[in-house]
Design a protein around this ligand. Structure first.
Ligand code: AMP
Length: 222
């Protein structure tokens, strides 16, 4: 299976879809947001800087992200493809990544754009609840995505949490960062003939089916 890059505004569903693809095709799900959240747990100056940048909704400097990513790609499970959730976030990261692929002799894979209007992204951000124990994702504001018991994980019973950067102020910065830095990637990948479009306003299952069509038949319908 080819590697997948998702380009999407905040809370367009890239985390949810990455998990589902990872389970179906047994490919590793690599979230740079998760790698950075993990890396920022310490107390060094760098850890605190990462934490503060993430909480403000700004991007982390490319060198830090690329270093973490390179380490991850060298692990054995990445040899037959992987799913990128949150990388690349700008054209400069995409260019460096292209060079890394050449060096590692990895395939370039495909790019899927999850298209969602701003207002829906906001609703998804403000309602998002995560299980820190098993990684399940819920949403209080979206019918069908709520947990059965408020603030409790259906799968493992753990108390649900809200991400530090899932609030209204940070959302505006993250969305602006997306428009300025990440959206230009659509042109970059379109020119390389790698881009597929998916309407991600639909239900999780419908979006997942559209992605499967792309992966298995190389077509997108919307
Ligand atoms: P995410 O979990 O993808 O929503 O990312 C959360 C935050 O992590 C972002 O708002 C950025 O601060 C940081 N981040 C994640 N991926 C990247 C990346 N590829 N480049 C720079 N910063 C990133």
């Amino acid at each position: 299976m080819k590697s997948i890059i998702f380009i999407a505004p905040p809370a367009a569903g890239k985390g949810t879809q990455s998990k589902k693809i990872s389970e179906k095709y047994h490919m590793p799900h690599i979230s740079t947001g998760d790698l950075l959240r993990e890396a920022s747990k310490g107390n060094t100056e760098l850890d605190l800087k990462i934490k503060q940048l993430m909480e403000s909704g700004s991007l982390i400097p490319d060198e830090i992200v690329l270093e973490l990513l390179k380490e991850r790609l060298l692990q054995d499970d990445c040899k037959n493809g992987y799913i990128f959730d949150g990388f690349p976030r700008n054209v400069s990261q995409a260019k460096t990544y292209d060079q890394m692929l050449e060096e590692m002799k990895f395939d370039h894979g495909i790019v899927i754009y999850l298209d969602v209007p701003k207002e829906l992204c906001k609703k998804r951000i403000l309602g998002r609840r995560l299980c820190p124990n098993c990684g399940a994702i819920y949403n209080n504001l979206i019918t069908g995505m709520e947990s059965k018991v408020e603030n409790q994980c259906d799968r493992c019973g753990h108390k649900l949490e809200t991400r530090n950067d899932d609030n209204e102020t940070t959302f505006e910065t993250r969305y602006q960062t997306y428009l300025e830095n990440t959206l230009p990637l659509l042109d970059y990948y379109k020119r390389l003939g790698m881009l597929y479009h998916v309407d991600s306003t639909k239900s999780t299952e419908e979006v997942f089916q559209s992605i499967i069509e792309i992966l298995e038949r190389g077509v997108s319908h919307d």
